[in-house]
Design a protein around this ligand. Structure first.
Ligand code: NDP
Length: 471
């Protein structure tokens, strides 16, 4: 598709003349679309439109906003198959995963936010004071490519639910799903200016947006390095900032696990979406007298993750999103070998001729000091790390600058929960539990701050005002 408009401001699609953005399918390396990009003046126009739309939108009732959210949910459902195919074409997620996790999560996320508005946004009495909640204002939402629709929903729909207006800057690697999402919002009857879309490069459009004086809050999801930069740009104007950043999650297997059941699931928790998930459980902590058995099961499980055409049925894993990410992941694999890790998975994996594929890789003999155990790889690379006792396992799990997610597996749930309480992360999955979209999601330490999802996600976009003597 040529000539797609990537700029939606004040309810209108604007065709821009500059250099278009080429969208490349990572499975074929072919250009599948080009999209017109926003220029600096478009950032100013989008912020102005969102500011102009704010007073009316902020005064809609939660019930009115819920109704609009229901229309958006329905619009996404109507286009769900097309959206899944778009995400697969843009980022290479296997089609089954695009349907279930990419689009499925996005729709379920809208539903969770809509349901969280069911009781409105109640005032609170504190002594003689009445504490009321108000939308924070105009929000800049900057999102990554790995779960393009889900990340957009968690910000844009939560901000709308709170009564904020939004300027969205999605990843330049996944503009087509963001355009389709904006069309759904427009069709659902969102007033002009309430949500504006700017396709464009991060350092140009994103940075100007984060710095813009007309923005009151920046909600960012992406890498820790970019988050630091975006946070600094936003803080120059003392804006409210939430950051959902990278991770290096540990998955603790306790000694009472049923290994043949647990290990394939643990491998999946690392390899899903080709390892390109912020929560990827990339460190597998195993009691040292079970390491041999676990490594063998990992090798077998990795075989079922052989990469292939993401459009084909039965393919669990597609390519990585870009040539540059593949180069980065290969460098990490080489560093693992150079630093003394032992490759447990098959070395000779047949990869499709074209496309940015990488073999799923499991390493044994990984020590906490190795680069592959410390840095976020964002590819299908799993490190098996032995531990002697539970205290050591907890210490290793927490020995990371990150604090996003983690897992604990045990036949005794109470034992697993006790360990989970000792992990310094925003969430812990007990025995492979799935994401709960109505519960808060977010990180600690270098994984960022702020929470997304359901009621907690909406609260981030509200400010309290204390009316003394009003109660
Ligand atoms: P990046 O940090 O590269 O980019 C994220 C967004 O920031 C993109 O829209 C990007 O635009 C934009 N951007 C880049 N530079 C700037 C800048 N100087 N100013 C403003 N905006 C900028 O991350 P990726 O897209 O590569 O996503 C992968 C990362 O996201 C991983 O580290 C992953 O862990 C993290 N992530 C965290 C999640 C969480 O909830 N904690 C969830 C999902 C991912 P452009 O694409 O145009 O460069």
């Amino acid at each position: 598709v040529t000539g797609r408009c990537g700029v939606f401001v004040d309810g209108r699609w604007l065709d821009r003349k500059g250099v278009p953005l080429e969208v490349v399918n990572p499975a074929t390396e072919e250009v599948i679309a080009d999209v017109s990009q926003a220029q600096h003046p478009d950032v100013d126009a989008a912020v102005a439109a969102a500011r102009a739309a704010f007073p009316l939108w902020a005064h809609t009732t939660p019930a009115e906003r819920r109704q609009l959210l229901a229309g958006i949910e329905q619009g996404l459902e109507e286009r769900s198959e097309e959206l899944a195919r778009t995400v697969t074409a843009e980022i290479g997620s296997p089609l089954w995963f695009s349907r279930s996790a990419q689009v499925g999560l996005a729709i379920a996320g809208v539903r969770a936010l809509r349901e969280a508005l069911a009781d409105g946004i109640p005032d609170e009495r504190v002594g003689d004071a009445l504490v009321v909640s108000e939308p924070v204002g105009v929000v800049a939402a900057i999102t990554p490519w790995n779960f393009p629709l889900h990340q957009i929903v968690q910000k844009v729909i939560a901000a709308l639910a709170a009564g904020c207006t939004v300027v969205l800057k999605p990843s330049e690697l996944a503009p087509l799903s963001a355009i389709a999402f904006t069309e759904v919002l427009d069709k659902a009857g969102l007033p002009p200016g309430v949500v504006n879309l700017l396709i464009g490069a991060g350092p140009i459009v994103g940075e100007r947006l984060a710095r813009h004086d007309g923005i009151e809050m920046v909600s960012f999801t992406g890498s820790t390095a970019t988050g630091r930069r975006v946070g600094a740009a936003a803080m120059a104007g003392i804006k409210k900032v939430t950051l959902e950043l990278g991770g290096k999650s540990a998955n603790l297997l306790l000694d009472d696990c049923d290994w043949s059941t647990v290990v394939p699931k643990a491998v999946r928790q690392c390899f899903a979406n080709s390892g390109q998930t912020c929560v990827a459980f990339s460190r597998l902590l195993v009691p040292d007298d079970h390491v041999g058995e676990v490594e063998e099961l990992c090798r077998d499980a990795a075989r079922s993750w052989a990469p292939g055409n993401p459009q084909a049925e039965g393919v669990l894993m597609g390519p990585l999103v870009s040539r540059s990410l593949r180069a980065r992941v290969r460098t990490y694999i080489a560093s693992g070998i150079a630093q003394g890790a032992r490759r447990v998975s098959d070395e000779a994996v047949e990869l499709p001729e074209r496309g940015w594929y990488v073999a799923p890789t499991v390493f044994g003999d990984v020590t906490p000091a190795m680069t592959i155990a410390r840095e976020e790889i964002f590819g299908p690379v799993l490190s098996v790390m032995p531990y002697r006792d539970v205290d050591e396992a907890v210490a290793v799990a927490n020995d990371t600058p990150y604090g996003l997610s983690g897992g604990v597996w045990s036949a005794d749930t109470g034992r697993a929960v006790a360990i989970a309480r000792r992990l310094c992360t925003g969430e812990v999955a007990i025995n492979g539990a799935e994401l709960e979209l109505a519960a808060p999601f977010g990180g600690r330490r270098r994984s960022g701050h702020g929470r997304e999802g359901g009621r907690h996600g909406i609260l981030e976009f509200l400010e309290s005002k204390t009316l003394l003597g009003a109660a």
